[in-house]
Design a binder for this molecule. Structure first.
Ligand code: A2H
Length: 253
């Protein structure tokens, strides 16, 4: 963790009922995968959520009705930011691993895809954000490569017991146009740099460097009522709207 606090938007990805057997005693609650993002304006292009298979997660009480699935570390931090049923105390109703989350169907704010699924990503850090990431392969090189790995490697899908219908129907959705990088910037940069897989750390760092700043400073929105507007302008608007509708919260660490 750095010296400067990092402010994330936590996107509430609702777990759609009926819940799997392990979750049955939580029926009646709203359960969300709580994904930490720096790019709320990209949520139109979500294709899936990412979880770390061996990661430890829990379902924590945020208020009387809502449970967030995230790491214990994030739940503790949230409890000091007014997001726990009992003030300054995090309370886990169900201990989980990433394996328990793989395949869960989700409804996520702003997403063009009405139902998306939780899938494994092997490079998730459990000491950053919530340990849950939402996937936008049009604009995030990590997301593009992790989804690409699952699409082209049947053995990887088999290893985690993934159904093809959780992955194959989900195409990259153009949501932001960046001069020279086009409307699928992450794909273009990953192809240009000849990145082989999600584990190609150094090249992915370079890909993120190439897309991140340019997307923010020069990107133009292609979707919704924001079409034609600059990413820089719409980012605070979209963030504020998600918070106002109760679909997201602000989280600092
Ligand atoms: B971003 P920073 Cl479209 N482990 O959201 C690995 N990656 C994580 C994480 C974790 N525990 N928690 C969050 N992240 C990802 C969207 C996005 C993101 C786009 C483009 C770039 C981008 C969709 N995924 O991040 O180290 C999340 O992915 C580029 C860095 O705190 C989050 O924002 O700067 C970002 O990394 C936070 O990374």
């Amino acid at each position: 963790e750095g010296v400067q606090p990092q402010e994330y938007t936590i996107i509430k990805m609702e777990v759609l009922p009926p819940f799997p057997p392990k979750f049955k005693h939580l029926e009646g609650k709203k359960i969300y995968l709580a994904a930490a993002t720096l790019r709320p304006e990209t949520m139109f292009g979500q294709t899936n959520a990412w979880v770390l298979p061996d990661g430890k997660y829990g379902a924590f009480e945020i208020n009387d009705s809502d449970l967030f699935i995230l790491t214990e570390r994030a739940a503790r931090n949230l409890s000091y930011q007014n997001f726990s049923r009992i003030p300054q105390k995090h309370n886990c109703l169900l201990e989980l691993t990433g394996y328990d989350l793989i395949g869960l169907p989700l409804k996520s704010p702003l997403s063009v895809n009405k139902v998306i699924y939780a899938l494994p990503m092997l490079t998730i850090l459990t000491d950053k954000g919530t340990g849950i990431v939402t996937s936008v392969p049009s604009d995030a090189p990590d997301d593009y490569m992790a989804l690409h790995d699952l699409k082209v490697k049947p053995a990887l899908r088999a290893k985690y017991g993934l159904k093809d219908e959780w992955i194959m129907p989900f195409e990259i959705i153009p949501i932001i146009e960046i001069p020279e990088l086009g409307d699928k910037a992450a794909e273009k940069v990953c192809l240009d740099l000849k990145i082989k897989s999600q584990n190609d750390k150094e090249k992915l760092a370079e890909a993120k460097r190439l897309t991140y700043l340019r997307g923010f400073t020069e990107g133009t929105m292609l979707v919704d009522s924001y079409k034609g507007m600059k990413v820089q302008e719409v980012k605070p608007l979209i963030k504020a709207k998600l918070i106002e509708t109760g679909e997201a919260i602000v989280y600092s660490e």
